[in-house]
Design a protein around this ligand. Structure first.
Ligand code: PBG
Length: 353
Protein backbone atom coordinates (compact mmCIF):
# COMPACT_ATOMS: atom_id res chain seq x y z
CA UNK A 1 0.00 0.00 0.00
CA UNK A 2 1.51 3.33 -1.02
CA UNK A 3 1.64 5.95 1.65
CA UNK A 4 0.58 9.50 0.98
CA UNK A 5 4.13 10.66 1.49
CA UNK A 6 5.72 8.71 -1.36
CA UNK A 7 7.57 10.74 -4.02
CA UNK A 8 4.94 10.19 -6.71
CA UNK A 9 2.44 11.95 -4.50
CA UNK A 10 4.81 14.87 -3.97
CA UNK A 11 5.20 15.17 -7.74
CA UNK A 12 1.46 15.07 -8.21
CA UNK A 13 1.11 17.84 -5.69
CA UNK A 14 3.75 19.96 -7.46
CA UNK A 15 2.15 19.52 -10.87
CA UNK A 16 -1.48 19.89 -9.88
CA UNK A 17 -3.72 22.47 -8.33
CA UNK A 18 -4.67 20.05 -5.59
CA UNK A 19 -3.98 21.18 -2.03
CA UNK A 20 -2.27 19.00 0.56
CA UNK A 21 -5.56 17.92 2.03
CA UNK A 22 -6.74 16.54 -1.27
CA UNK A 23 -3.44 14.80 -1.68
CA UNK A 24 -4.03 13.09 1.61
CA UNK A 25 -7.30 11.91 0.17
CA UNK A 26 -10.57 11.42 1.91
CA UNK A 27 -10.71 9.69 5.22
CA UNK A 28 -7.75 8.43 7.17
CA UNK A 29 -5.21 9.83 7.94
CA UNK A 30 -6.56 13.30 7.17
CA UNK A 31 -9.39 12.33 9.41
CA UNK A 32 -8.26 10.99 12.75
CA UNK A 33 -11.26 11.00 15.09
CA UNK A 34 -8.92 10.29 17.97
CA UNK A 35 -7.50 13.86 17.79
CA UNK A 36 -10.59 15.20 19.52
CA UNK A 37 -10.27 12.59 22.23
CA UNK A 38 -6.61 13.13 23.09
CA UNK A 39 -7.17 14.64 26.51
CA UNK A 40 -9.80 15.45 29.05
CA UNK A 41 -10.17 19.12 28.08
CA UNK A 42 -10.86 18.40 24.43
CA UNK A 43 -13.26 15.60 25.26
CA UNK A 44 -15.13 18.09 27.42
CA UNK A 45 -15.03 20.66 24.63
CA UNK A 46 -16.65 18.40 22.03
CA UNK A 47 -19.08 16.53 24.30
CA UNK A 48 -22.56 16.49 22.71
CA UNK A 49 -24.51 15.82 25.87
CA UNK A 50 -24.03 16.29 29.56
CA UNK A 51 -25.63 15.33 32.81
CA UNK A 52 -26.46 17.68 35.63
CA UNK A 53 -28.50 17.56 38.81
CA UNK A 54 -31.20 19.45 36.87
CA UNK A 55 -31.90 16.26 34.90
CA UNK A 56 -32.81 14.14 37.90
CA UNK A 57 -36.06 13.01 39.49
CA UNK A 58 -35.57 10.92 42.63
CA UNK A 59 -38.27 8.31 43.42
CA UNK A 60 -38.66 7.49 47.11
CA UNK A 61 -40.84 4.96 48.94
CA UNK A 62 -42.89 5.99 51.96
CA UNK A 63 -43.94 3.80 54.90
CA UNK A 64 -46.00 4.39 57.98
CA UNK A 65 -44.29 5.19 61.28
CA UNK A 66 -41.76 7.59 62.62
CA UNK A 67 -38.01 7.69 62.24
CA UNK A 68 -38.35 4.40 60.38
CA UNK A 69 -36.15 3.20 57.57
CA UNK A 70 -36.71 -0.21 56.03
CA UNK A 71 -34.42 -1.63 53.33
CA UNK A 72 -35.98 -2.95 50.10
CA UNK A 73 -34.34 -6.37 49.75
CA UNK A 74 -34.36 -6.43 45.95
CA UNK A 75 -33.05 -2.84 45.62
CA UNK A 76 -29.81 -2.68 47.66
CA UNK A 77 -29.22 0.89 48.79
CA UNK A 78 -32.92 1.86 48.61
CA UNK A 79 -34.94 2.20 51.83
CA UNK A 80 -38.60 2.83 52.50
CA UNK A 81 -38.82 5.97 54.64
CA UNK A 82 -41.35 7.21 57.15
CA UNK A 83 -42.74 10.68 56.40
CA UNK A 84 -40.33 12.50 58.74
CA UNK A 85 -37.34 10.82 57.05
CA UNK A 86 -38.85 11.50 53.63
CA UNK A 87 -38.87 15.19 54.54
CA UNK A 88 -35.17 14.91 55.43
CA UNK A 89 -34.50 13.14 52.14
CA UNK A 90 -36.33 15.90 50.28
CA UNK A 91 -34.20 18.52 52.04
CA UNK A 92 -31.03 16.65 51.04
CA UNK A 93 -32.28 16.40 47.47
CA UNK A 94 -33.00 20.14 47.40
CA UNK A 95 -29.48 20.85 48.71
CA UNK A 96 -28.13 18.75 45.86
CA UNK A 97 -30.21 20.77 43.34
CA UNK A 98 -32.41 17.81 42.43
CA UNK A 99 -35.54 19.55 41.10
CA UNK A 100 -38.18 16.90 41.83
CA UNK A 101 -38.84 13.92 44.04
CA UNK A 102 -41.42 11.24 43.21
CA UNK A 103 -43.42 9.62 46.01
CA UNK A 104 -44.59 5.98 46.14
CA UNK A 105 -46.36 4.44 49.11
CA UNK A 106 -45.98 1.07 50.77
CA UNK A 107 -49.55 0.37 51.85
CA UNK A 108 -50.26 -2.05 54.70
CA UNK A 109 -52.09 -5.16 53.39
CA UNK A 110 -54.99 -4.37 55.76
CA UNK A 111 -55.56 -1.06 53.96
CA UNK A 112 -55.80 -2.62 50.50
CA UNK A 113 -59.13 -3.45 48.95
CA UNK A 114 -60.68 -4.31 45.58
CA UNK A 115 -61.24 -0.66 44.68
CA UNK A 116 -57.99 0.85 45.98
CA UNK A 117 -59.95 3.11 48.34
CA UNK A 118 -56.88 4.12 50.33
CA UNK A 119 -55.64 5.92 47.21
CA UNK A 120 -58.51 8.37 47.64
CA UNK A 121 -57.88 9.03 51.32
CA UNK A 122 -56.56 12.60 51.76
CA UNK A 123 -54.68 11.34 54.83
CA UNK A 124 -52.90 8.50 53.02
CA UNK A 125 -49.09 8.27 53.07
CA UNK A 126 -48.52 10.01 49.76
CA UNK A 127 -50.75 12.98 50.62
CA UNK A 128 -49.32 13.25 54.14
CA UNK A 129 -45.76 13.17 52.81
CA UNK A 130 -46.62 15.70 50.09
CA UNK A 131 -48.04 18.17 52.62
CA UNK A 132 -45.07 17.73 54.95
CA UNK A 133 -42.52 18.17 52.17
CA UNK A 134 -44.26 21.18 50.62
CA UNK A 135 -44.39 22.79 54.07
CA UNK A 136 -40.79 22.12 55.07
CA UNK A 137 -38.96 21.99 51.74
CA UNK A 138 -40.97 24.40 49.59
CA UNK A 139 -38.39 24.66 46.82
CA UNK A 140 -38.50 21.08 45.65
CA UNK A 141 -41.11 19.79 43.20
CA UNK A 142 -43.26 16.85 44.27
CA UNK A 143 -44.44 14.30 41.74
CA UNK A 144 -47.18 11.81 42.65
CA UNK A 145 -48.00 8.65 40.74
CA UNK A 146 -51.62 8.07 39.81
CA UNK A 147 -52.63 4.40 39.60
CA UNK A 148 -54.42 2.05 41.95
CA UNK A 149 -51.86 -0.76 42.23
CA UNK A 150 -50.25 0.27 45.55
CA UNK A 151 -53.75 0.25 47.07
CA UNK A 152 -55.60 -2.71 45.51
CA UNK A 153 -55.83 -6.20 46.98
CA UNK A 154 -55.33 -7.63 43.46
CA UNK A 155 -52.30 -5.47 42.62
CA UNK A 156 -53.75 -4.10 39.37
CA UNK A 157 -53.79 -0.45 38.38
CA UNK A 158 -57.53 -0.32 37.75
CA UNK A 159 -60.86 -1.68 38.92
CA UNK A 160 -61.60 -5.29 38.03
CA UNK A 161 -64.60 -7.32 36.98
CA UNK A 162 -63.56 -10.95 37.11
CA UNK A 163 -60.29 -10.99 35.21
CA UNK A 164 -61.01 -7.83 33.23
CA UNK A 165 -59.48 -4.47 34.07
CA UNK A 166 -62.29 -1.94 33.60
CA UNK A 167 -61.23 1.15 31.70
CA UNK A 168 -63.98 3.75 31.91
CA UNK A 169 -65.05 2.86 35.44
CA UNK A 170 -61.44 3.28 36.56
CA UNK A 171 -61.17 6.80 35.14
CA UNK A 172 -63.37 8.40 37.77
CA UNK A 173 -61.36 6.77 40.57
CA UNK A 174 -58.11 7.99 39.04
CA UNK A 175 -59.41 11.54 38.70
CA UNK A 176 -60.39 11.55 42.37
CA UNK A 177 -56.95 10.22 43.31
CA UNK A 178 -55.32 12.98 41.24
CA UNK A 179 -57.50 15.67 42.85
CA UNK A 180 -56.74 14.44 46.35
CA UNK A 181 -53.03 14.60 45.56
CA UNK A 182 -53.29 18.04 43.96
CA UNK A 183 -55.19 19.29 47.01
CA UNK A 184 -52.32 18.02 49.18
CA UNK A 185 -49.91 20.20 47.19
CA UNK A 186 -48.60 17.83 44.54
CA UNK A 187 -46.92 19.75 41.69
CA UNK A 188 -46.83 17.04 39.03
CA UNK A 189 -49.47 14.37 38.58
CA UNK A 190 -48.00 11.31 36.87
CA UNK A 191 -50.61 8.82 35.67
CA UNK A 192 -48.90 5.42 35.36
CA UNK A 193 -52.01 3.29 34.98
CA UNK A 194 -52.25 3.17 31.15
CA UNK A 195 -56.04 3.39 31.07
CA UNK A 196 -57.29 4.97 27.83
CA UNK A 197 -58.43 8.56 28.27
CA UNK A 198 -57.04 9.07 31.74
CA UNK A 199 -54.90 12.08 30.92
CA UNK A 200 -57.90 13.94 29.50
CA UNK A 201 -60.12 12.94 32.41
CA UNK A 202 -57.53 14.10 34.95
CA UNK A 203 -56.84 17.33 33.05
CA UNK A 204 -60.56 18.21 32.98
CA UNK A 205 -60.89 17.47 36.69
CA UNK A 206 -57.84 19.57 37.57
CA UNK A 207 -59.09 22.51 35.47
CA UNK A 208 -62.53 22.16 37.02
CA UNK A 209 -61.09 22.26 40.53
CA UNK A 210 -58.96 25.33 39.83
CA UNK A 211 -55.69 23.37 39.79
CA UNK A 212 -54.78 24.95 36.48
CA UNK A 213 -51.03 24.99 37.19
CA UNK A 214 -50.68 21.38 38.23
CA UNK A 215 -48.55 19.65 35.60
CA UNK A 216 -49.22 16.23 34.15
CA UNK A 217 -46.28 14.00 33.34
CA UNK A 218 -47.89 11.13 31.49
CA UNK A 219 -46.39 7.69 31.62
CA UNK A 220 -47.27 7.83 27.92
CA UNK A 221 -45.35 4.85 26.60
CA UNK A 222 -45.30 2.38 29.44
CA UNK A 223 -44.48 -1.19 28.58
CA UNK A 224 -45.62 -4.42 30.23
CA UNK A 225 -42.16 -5.13 31.57
CA UNK A 226 -40.54 -7.69 33.84
CA UNK A 227 -38.14 -4.94 34.93
CA UNK A 228 -40.72 -3.62 37.44
CA UNK A 229 -40.30 -6.63 39.76
CA UNK A 230 -38.30 -4.96 42.56
CA UNK A 231 -40.65 -1.93 42.60
CA UNK A 232 -43.58 -4.23 43.25
CA UNK A 233 -41.66 -5.62 46.22
CA UNK A 234 -40.98 -2.09 47.42
CA UNK A 235 -44.65 -1.06 47.37
CA UNK A 236 -45.77 -4.51 48.53
CA UNK A 237 -47.88 -5.39 45.49
CA UNK A 238 -45.86 -8.28 44.04
CA UNK A 239 -47.37 -10.95 46.27
CA UNK A 240 -50.84 -9.61 45.59
CA UNK A 241 -50.62 -9.25 41.81
CA UNK A 242 -52.84 -11.69 39.97
CA UNK A 243 -51.85 -12.33 36.37
CA UNK A 244 -50.02 -9.64 34.43
CA UNK A 245 -50.63 -6.15 33.06
CA UNK A 246 -50.53 -6.92 29.36
CA UNK A 247 -54.10 -5.81 28.62
CA UNK A 248 -53.20 -2.23 29.51
CA UNK A 249 -49.43 -1.78 29.47
CA UNK A 250 -47.76 -1.89 26.05
CA UNK A 251 -46.26 -4.82 24.17
CA UNK A 252 -42.43 -4.55 24.19
CA UNK A 253 -42.52 -5.38 20.46
CA UNK A 254 -44.10 -2.05 19.52
CA UNK A 255 -42.55 1.32 18.71
CA UNK A 256 -45.09 3.02 16.41
CA UNK A 257 -47.81 2.34 18.95
CA UNK A 258 -45.69 4.27 21.48
CA UNK A 259 -45.84 7.30 19.19
CA UNK A 260 -49.64 7.01 18.97
CA UNK A 261 -49.89 6.74 22.75
CA UNK A 262 -47.73 9.83 23.20
CA UNK A 263 -49.74 11.78 20.60
CA UNK A 264 -52.96 11.01 22.46
CA UNK A 265 -51.59 12.02 25.85
CA UNK A 266 -50.36 15.34 24.46
CA UNK A 267 -53.75 16.00 22.86
CA UNK A 268 -55.41 15.20 26.17
CA UNK A 269 -53.32 17.74 28.07
CA UNK A 270 -50.01 16.18 29.16
CA UNK A 271 -47.29 18.78 29.78
CA UNK A 272 -44.51 16.23 29.76
CA UNK A 273 -44.27 12.66 28.55
CA UNK A 274 -42.38 9.66 29.81
CA UNK A 275 -41.04 6.42 28.41
CA UNK A 276 -40.71 3.46 30.74
CA UNK A 277 -38.63 1.33 31.29
CA UNK A 278 -35.52 3.22 30.30
CA UNK A 279 -32.36 1.48 29.17
CA UNK A 280 -34.00 -1.24 27.02
CA UNK A 281 -36.23 1.44 25.40
CA UNK A 282 -33.78 4.21 24.43
CA UNK A 283 -34.94 3.88 20.82
CA UNK A 284 -38.41 4.91 21.97
CA UNK A 285 -37.02 7.85 23.95
CA UNK A 286 -35.18 9.10 20.85
CA UNK A 287 -38.19 8.73 18.55
CA UNK A 288 -40.59 10.37 21.00
CA UNK A 289 -38.29 13.35 21.47
CA UNK A 290 -37.67 13.77 17.74
CA UNK A 291 -41.32 13.37 16.82
CA UNK A 292 -43.06 15.55 19.41
CA UNK A 293 -40.38 17.98 20.67
CA UNK A 294 -41.98 17.79 24.11
CA UNK A 295 -40.27 17.65 27.49
CA UNK A 296 -39.48 13.94 27.46
CA UNK A 297 -38.48 11.82 30.42
CA UNK A 298 -37.33 8.26 30.90
CA UNK A 299 -37.76 6.04 33.93
CA UNK A 300 -34.72 3.96 34.80
CA UNK A 301 -36.87 1.44 36.62
CA UNK A 302 -36.29 -0.73 39.65
CA UNK A 303 -35.06 -3.76 37.69
CA UNK A 304 -32.48 -1.67 35.87
CA UNK A 305 -31.27 -0.31 39.19
CA UNK A 306 -31.21 -3.82 40.69
CA UNK A 307 -29.19 -5.22 37.78
CA UNK A 308 -26.50 -2.58 38.02
CA UNK A 309 -26.34 -2.67 41.81
CA UNK A 310 -26.19 -6.47 41.93
CA UNK A 311 -23.29 -6.57 39.50
CA UNK A 312 -21.52 -3.73 41.31
CA UNK A 313 -21.94 -5.40 44.71
CA UNK A 314 -20.46 -8.58 43.29
CA UNK A 315 -17.48 -6.65 41.97
CA UNK A 316 -18.47 -7.52 38.40
CA UNK A 317 -18.98 -3.92 37.28
CA UNK A 318 -17.62 -0.58 38.46
CA UNK A 319 -20.85 0.62 40.06
CA UNK A 320 -20.14 4.32 39.98
CA UNK A 321 -19.05 4.33 36.36
CA UNK A 322 -21.99 2.32 35.05
CA UNK A 323 -24.33 4.54 37.07
CA UNK A 324 -22.95 7.71 35.44
CA UNK A 325 -22.74 6.13 31.99
CA UNK A 326 -26.31 4.84 32.11
CA UNK A 327 -27.67 8.25 33.09
CA UNK A 328 -25.68 10.08 30.42
CA UNK A 329 -26.98 7.61 27.83
CA UNK A 330 -30.53 8.82 28.52
CA UNK A 331 -29.45 12.38 27.81
CA UNK A 332 -27.73 11.35 24.58
CA UNK A 333 -30.92 9.58 23.48
CA UNK A 334 -32.79 12.86 23.86
CA UNK A 335 -34.32 12.65 27.33
CA UNK A 336 -34.70 15.93 29.19
CA UNK A 337 -34.48 14.10 32.48
CA UNK A 338 -34.52 10.72 34.15
CA UNK A 339 -36.37 9.20 37.07
CA UNK A 340 -33.68 7.14 38.76
CA UNK A 341 -33.13 5.49 42.13
CA UNK A 342 -29.52 6.58 41.65
CA UNK A 343 -30.53 10.27 41.57
CA UNK A 344 -29.09 11.21 44.96
CA UNK A 345 -25.83 9.31 44.39
CA UNK A 346 -25.49 10.85 40.93
CA UNK A 347 -26.10 14.35 42.26
CA UNK A 348 -23.47 13.82 44.97
CA UNK A 349 -21.01 12.53 42.41
CA UNK A 350 -21.67 15.55 40.15
CA UNK A 351 -21.24 17.94 43.07
CA UNK A 352 -17.94 16.34 44.14
CA UNK A 353 -16.65 16.36 40.55
C1 PBG B 1 -47.50 1.76 39.21
C2 PBG B 1 -46.08 1.90 38.86
C3 PBG B 1 -45.15 0.89 38.59
C4 PBG B 1 -43.92 1.53 38.45
C5 PBG B 1 -44.14 2.89 38.59
N1 PBG B 1 -45.48 3.10 38.83
C6 PBG B 1 -45.27 -0.59 38.56
C7 PBG B 1 -46.16 -1.25 37.61
O1 PBG B 1 -46.69 -0.64 36.68
O2 PBG B 1 -46.38 -2.43 37.81
C8 PBG B 1 -42.60 0.83 38.22
C9 PBG B 1 -41.39 1.57 38.65
C10 PBG B 1 -40.16 0.76 38.78
O3 PBG B 1 -40.11 -0.45 38.44
O4 PBG B 1 -39.18 1.33 39.25
N2 PBG B 1 -48.40 1.65 38.20
Amino acid sequence: MSTKRDPSNIEKLASSTAGPAELLGPGYPAARPRRNRKSHWTRRLVAESSLSADDLIWPIFIIDGENTREPVATMPGVDRLSVDLAVEAAAQAADLDIPVIALFPYTEPGLRDERGSEGLNPENLVCTATRAIKRQVPDIGVLCDVALDPYTSHGHDGLMDGNTILNDETLSVLTTQALVQADAGCDIIAPSDMMDGRVGAIRRALEGAGHTDVQIMAYAAKYASAFYGPFRDAVGSSGALKGDKRTYQMDPANALEALREVALDIEEGADMVMVKPGMPYLDIVARVKETFLMPTFAYQVSGEYAMLQAAALNGWLDGERVMMESLLAFKRAGADGVLSYFAKDVAERLRDG
